[in-house]
Design a binder for this molecule. Structure first.
Ligand code: FNR
Length: 354
């Protein structure tokens, strides 16, 4: 695992996001097919709205987190430091990028430890892949004094990655060994291709506590890895995977509390994901792009604005907690509606079952 690959990921992910407008009119995305029914008398008082969210034994002050990105090279170490400063300033939980570089070469530890050093009291999540041993999982948690551990599932990325893994059959057994070994809750996530209901049900049987569906719609790792191939020969996989709303609808009620990430563009998308059953919502590429174009001040401003506007949306929707959003009336339209029909997903008029 080379540091230059980590630098490539940052460069190519930011290029994807810079190609899209960060301000209105926003790029079209899968969340556009989720609409709240407006009830003009539903509103509550802002003073009665709390952003606190509890799920799977976790208790977070806000339903928003900086999702896994990076570490392993000097440049990505600085990015981790700046992300940690923003997390500390805003109180959002933060996940490390894959700690495989540290597990292979302990001298890269100082590209990950800023996540804890600059965010001493924050909720920090270590991140490993499903090929890690139980001992390596414990070392990753220990390095960051992590409050939880993410295991990422990335078969599509590995397939397109020129130097990628080609051996996936042992992943479920490895996940089970890791969940038994670590003393923090384990969150399993995708990296932008979505977790299906079937996968979430499997994970529930492996000792996993929380699933982050991490669906399609934002940073696209098929395109990123294809961009690292001389002939971009996997371009036909650009649209692979479940979108984040599809994955949420497919996976809810399958035995694990859900987190949502992938393609979150603004606070309304956060509210939509919470309405579809997520307990908290993560963003990666958009925050990274803000950081690298405007610095920590811009990222702190963006996160603060998102939390403020999420509170405003919850006020107008008459919801007092993130969990209440699951009882809002939502309309599912277009291809998302067809997806639900084919997957036999029942859409109740009054919110989503959790
Ligand atoms: C990622 N992501 C990621 N995920 C993971 O579990 N381990 C990792 O090491 C990385 N690395 C990584 C690098 C960069 C530069 C980006 C932008 C993202 C995936 C990330 O956590 C998330 O699942 C997807 O990016 C989808 O979310 P966004 O970017 O659409 O908000």
């Amino acid at each position: 695992m080379s540091g230059s690959r980590k630098d490539d990921h940052v460069r190519l992910a930011v290029a994807q996001h810079q190609a899209l407008p960060a301000e209105p009119p926003y790029p079209a995305g899968p969340f556009d097919e989720v609409r709240f029914i407006h009830h003009a008398l539903a509103g509550t008082d802002r003073a009665h709205v709390s952003l606190r969210t509890r799920f799977g034994g976790l208790n977070w002050p806000v339903p928003l987190y900086i999702n896994a990105m990076t570490g392993g090279s000097p440049k990505t170490g600085q990015i981790n430091r700046d992300l940690a400063i923003a997390a500390h300033a805003t109180g959002v939980p933060i996940a490390s990028g894959s700690m495989s570089p540290y597990l292979k070469d302990p001298s890269t530890a100082d590209t990950f430890t800023p996540l804890r050093e600059h965010n001493p009291d924050g909720f920090v999540i270590a991140n490993i892949n499903a090929t890690a041993t139980a001992d390596q999982a414990c070392r990753a948690v220990a390095l960051l004094q992590a409050d939880a551990l993410q295991i990422h599932l990335n078969t599509v990325q590995e397939t397109v990655m020129p130097e990628g893994d080609r051996s996936f059959a042992h992943w479920p057994a490895a996940i089970e060994r890791i969940t038994a070994a670590v003393d923090v809750p384990v969150i399993v996530k995708e990296v932008g291709f979505g977790l299906s209901g079937l996968t979430v049900a499997q994970l529930a049987g492996l000792g996993v506590r929380v699933a982050d569906v991490a669906g399609r719609g934002g940073t696209n790792f098929a395109r990123i890895e294809n961009g690292r191939r001389p002939h971009a020969d996997y371009a036909y996989l650009d649209d692979w995977g479940l979108s984040t709303p599809e994955a949420l609808l497919d996976a809810r009620g399958r035995g694990l509390p859900l987190l949502a990430s992938g393609g979150i563009r603004h606070p309304l998308d956060i509210a939509r994901a919470l309405a579809l059953g997520a307990h908290a919502v993560g963003a990666s590429g958009i925050f990274l792009t803000t950081l690298l174009t405007g610095g920590t001040t811009a990222l702190v401003q963006q996160i603060t604005t998102w939390l403020d506007q999420l509170t405003a949306l919850m006020t107008l929707l008459g919801t007092h907690s993130p969990a209440d959003l699951a009882h809002c009336d939502v309309l599912i339209t277009g291809s998302l509606h067809r997806f639900c029909a084919q997957r036999h997903i029942e859409l109740r008029s009054q919110g989503a079952s959790r």
